[in-house]
Design a protein around this ligand. Structure first.
Ligand SMILES: [Zn+2]
Length: 314
């Protein structure tokens, strides 16, 4: 089993669109970036799926909600209630449209008279332009507008480039003391005892490429968001319909398999995941087929799938 603190790994919890089916759950995914667990959308039944696929509730500190359609938010109150029952004290951060706060607060107030053990911090999204919404030492997260019937954002998760290794022969050559090494790894140069400045680039070698994932929730085909997802290693893009329902896709502001693949191709993504399949398709094969004809490295996701983005050398 891979070490979760080294992983860049996506777990699929739900893949259906608005109408329930007997074997699919509505949208929810969890991305683990080096031991940080980010929940993206929270359709009905998300907490049950988390139990099933062994994602602890206490691991989730940040929830990203693309838009306020029921199939993306009906799981929130169940999940938050469970956190209350478990006596959670850590802050819970929710990134969403500002109106979500009203919806959640009304339910929490009804259930608990607002006496809950933890603080819920709401972070309103900007639906006009790309925005940095979260950053720590290891990861940056951006939101960017999509094109759906109501304000909708996609999210991009970028691992920060790992620090380079110091070259052993340079440590030896310049007698670099231990106390200087971390500073040089972080970008510093080294001044030798006889006053010679050795630049950082000569002392280090890069280890791995930083990894990235973008989540394009409900949206119709629109080139405006391609720039925000350029060169991601892993791209999730909804593909609610096949081309036989292209008209319906357009009028409901959704995408077809072919359109999702065109986005992946234009964005030069590494791998494409498609989901949010309409309940009218008993079999998603036609959606997958038309996507693969354009972007061969496409996978149709199912509940419980775990997709790992492997480390690549520079
Ligand atoms: Zn929607």
């Amino acid at each position: 089993m891979s070490d979760e603190t080294m992983s860049f790994q996506l777990t699929i919890l739900g893949t259906s669109s608005a109408l329930p089916t007997s074997n699919r759950y509505p949208t929810a995914q969890v991305l683990n970036v080096l031991g940080r667990f980010f929940l993206i959308d929270c359709g009905e039944g998300t907490q049950t799926q988390m139990r099933k696929f062994k994602i602890g509730f206490s691991k989730i500190d940040h929830i990203f909600i693309t838009h306020l359609h029921g199939d993306h938010i009906f799981g929130l109150i169940g999940l938050i209630s469970t956190m209350v029952l478990l006596g959670r004290e850590k802050d819970l951060h929710i990134y969403s449209h500002s109106e979500l706060q009203k919806f959640i607060s009304a339910q929490l107030n009804f259930l608990y008279a607002d006496k809950i053990p933890m603080k819920i911090v709401f972070h309103p999204l900007n639906f006009k332009r790309e925005q940095l919404i979260y950053e720590d030492a290891k990861v940056s997260i951006y939101s960017f507008p999509l094109s759906h019937r109501i304000p909708t954002c996609g999210f991009r998760f970028d691992e920060k480039p790992p620090l380079p290794n110091l070259l052993a022969k340079k440590i030896e050559e310049y007698q670099i003391p231990i106390c200087e090494r971390q500073r040089i790894k972080e970008g510093g140069d080294f001044l030798t005892s006889n006053g010679q400045l050795i630049p950082h680039s000569q002392l280090t070698v890069k280890k791995f490429k930083a990894r990235s994932f973008a989540f394009c929730s409900d949206t119709r085909f629109d080139e405006s968001y391609i720039e925000s997802i350029k060169n991601v290693d892993l791209l999730y893009h909804e593909a609610t319909f096949a081309e036989d329902n292209r008209k319906l896709a357009n009028t409901t502001f959704h995408s077809t398999g072919k359109e999702a693949a065109e986005v992946a191709l234009k964005a030069q993504a590494g791998q494409l995941l498609i989901g949010h399949f309409s309940a009218r398709y008993k079999d998603h094969a036609p959606i997958l087929e038309e996507a693969r004809a354009i972007f061969p490295n496409t996978k149709a996701i199912s509940e419980g799938d775990v997709i790992q983005v492997e480390k690549k050398n520079v």
